[in-house]
Write a protein that binds this ligand. Structure first.
Ligand code: NAI
Length: 289
């Protein structure tokens, strides 16, 4: 039986551990040639180790799949270009990009410093931006007679979509990835590149010390990887700009909604602040609520 990614070339960033590793192993089993990208740093993004990506490449190969390692950081335009070049040099093209690399530097809002904000925004927002741009340019360049086509899977979080204590930097970054997903989905549609986001919850080194993860055995990266596979494969069709969430046995979705609101007639003047206060319940009423 042929796999869902047979003949495709997929880049998975941050694939040296956690969710990215599970995605890389599953995509390889589904027939993709994989670029396993990872800088091999700590949870906070300090340090470097090539062996982290190399070990997952070995795992893929031992299972009969095709993979090559990339140790470049997603966080710069040069690093992103090098990651895409690694794919093209090894396998001749790119078809799928999973922007999964990430770090955390948690602290309550009033205690967070500029460096903690910069580091987290850089890896998540700039990393997703630069890798997506380099990937999309390559997809368009390799287009050929049938035209371009590609699939980008970004990684957002409930933290950015709904908020979470102690993660102002990370929430801003993950909400930024949501905005980037929406806008790049619109702009890349004409090049037949779908851009969707995954909002996972899984027990990894990033989350293992959270109270909610203690004693939890059924929220693994392997629960998340099939959702990434769906978004990376032709099963996704032309769906784009969506957020698919997965947490253990639960699969669900997020979207931002706009209420119908209230209108004034042309001769009624502008809405005053007092009128907004008086009409708040009607202005903020969503269909079905
Ligand atoms: P993880 O820490 O195991 O994996 C992240 C990987 O990204 C690490 O291997 C790390 O070395 C790599 N990385 C960090 N900076 C990099 C850079 N500049 N360039 C290349 N690689 C880099 O954590 P986990 O949980 O697997 O996280 C994967 C993604 O899922 C992240 O984007 C994270 O924010 C997101 N996420 C995870 C959740 C969870 O419950 N585990 C919840 C919501 C989102």
């Amino acid at each position: 039986m042929s796999g869902l990614l047979e003949g495709k070339v997929a880049i998975v960033t941050g694939a040296g551990g956690g969710i990215g590793r599970a995605e890389a192993l599953l995509f390889a089993r589904e027939g993709a040639s994989i670029v396993v990208n990872d800088v091999g740093g700590s949870r906070a993004g300090d340090g470097r180790s090539q062996s982290v990506a190399d070990a997952v490449v070995e795992e893929v190969r031992r299972a009969g799949g095709k993979a090559t390692a990339s140790h470049d950081s997603v966080a710069t335009a040069e690093g992103a270009a090098a990651i895409v070049k690694t794919a093209v040099d090894a396998f001749g093209r790119v078809d799928v990009l999973v922007n999964n690399a990430g770090i955390i530097r948690d602290k309550s809002f009033l205690k967070m410093d500029a460096e903690m904000l910069d580091a987290v925004l850089t890896v998540h927002v700039k990393g997703t931006f630069f890798c997506s741009q380099a990937f999309a340019r390559q997809v368009i360049a390799q287009g050929g007679a049938g035209g371009a086509s590609g699939r980008i899977v970004n990684t957002t979080s409930v933290s950015g979509l709904l908020g979470n204590f102690g993660q102002a930097n990370y929430a801003a970054a993950k909400a930024g990835i949501y905005g980037l997903t929406r806008t790049s989905a619109i702009e890349l549609q004409k090049h037949r590149i779908t851009v969707n986001a995954l909002a996972p919850i899984a027990k990894t080194r990033m989350t293992e010390d959270l109270p909610m993860m203690q004693g939890v055995a059924n929220m693994t990266p392997e629960h998340v990887a099939p959702a990434a596979l769906f978004l990376a494969s032709d099963l996704c069709g032309d769906r784009s700009g969506l957020v698919l969430a997965v947490a253990g046995s639960r699969v669900y979705a997020y979207k931002v909604m706009e209420s119908p609101g209230r209108f004034k007639d042309a001769d009624e003047g502008v809405w005053t602040a007092q009128e907004i206060a008086e009409n708040w319940d009607a202005i903020a009423k969503f269909p079905g609520t």
